[in-house]
Design a protein around this ligand. Sequence first.
Ligand SMILES: Nc1ncnc2c1ncn2[C@@H]1O[C@H](COP(=O)(O)OP(=O)(O)OP(=O)(O)O)[C@@H](O)[C@H]1O
Length: 362
Amino acid sequence: MRKVVVGLSGGVDSSAAAALLHHQGYEVVGLTLWLMKGKGQCCSEGMVDAAYICEQLGVPHHIVDSRDLFQTHIIDYLVDGYREGITPLPCSQCNRTVKFGPMLNYAREQLGIDRIATGHYARIEYDEKSDRYQLKRALDRNKDQSYFLYDLTQDLLAATLFPLGEILKTETRQIANQYELKTADKPESQDLCLVEANGSMQAFLDKYITGKKGDIIDTKGQVLGQHEGIHHYTIGQRKGLGISAPNPLYVVGIDAGRNQVIVGDKESAVQTECAIKRVNWVGIGTPNTPIRAQVQIRYRSEPQPVTVIPIHPPDGAEIDPKIGSCVKLIFDEPIFGITPGQAAVWYDGDLVLGGGIIDIQK
Ligand SMILES: Nc1ncnc2c1ncn2[C@@H]1O[C@H](COP(=O)(O)OP(=O)(O)OP(=O)(O)O)[C@@H](O)[C@H]1O
């Protein structure tokens, strides 16, 4: 019998994914990663619900204590990033480093199972011509999570199933109802898990970072006001600046060294190009020449036409593992609010070609 380890968060999506695979004849093992430290966090309820779903399906349930991994790779990464004046996106990093990688290792090493599944909305297809596992947008475009999955390696994609990739979210609820899963009517998770657990991103960051007052300046260096700590700001932000000006002002830069937030009009927050580090090529191998694609610079942003230029290190030079492979993106039209730390993911239609982290402009 085909065996699969299903990542269960205790939400409706992963419950339905597990139920679907179980009823398709897979021998399912449920696995919940215990991610967050502290009592009463969202995870404790999730673990209990996940265990209950496994009981309903009559399949085993494992819990793996991943709190240290989550602390180091996600919380510390996030807090360090905000201290440096960037706005890190922890989800893609979490998927590769905390979820998929360790889940597959656990499945292989502890259970002798070579396949994992999650309730993500995305599709994986093997392409014979290129001999690569392709990551594609979900059929339900509104739920598509491919943006957060661009960093998965070929090894991980080859071993992963996304049972919800071909169905609509409304159908997921129907499936959960049909199998009378306890989680069928559970509300959607709205935001980043850390934000949900703490009430807001600000509340989460304030637990770790003591704000240091500094100046809010305009692009000419004139002081317009004061801030309570650079970690409260992100590029493109308009609300909460506390400055009255005749025209709307946006955060256009954060200078961690000088502890300054730089604001300007909308025009000064647009860019025609940006540098990307830690690139992972998915649909194709690293190209030798520039390619055309459509890029998303945020989860919900519209894809924009772009030229992706691979930056090859000079002959014989080693790639710095912290920076990884790099590309330069040149947009057809200037783009507003490009935020260092967030992911840029470039597509060919539904196909994820590659992605990486937006670097600080030098
Ligand atoms: N703590 C966890 N342990 C194991 N797998 C997890 C965990 N958290 C999330 N996953 C897996 O990753 C998928 C996507 O997680 P995400 O946090 O985006 O939640 P979601 O889309 O709301 O899904 P769900 O409704 O299953 O919570 C889940 O469907 C699940 O398979």
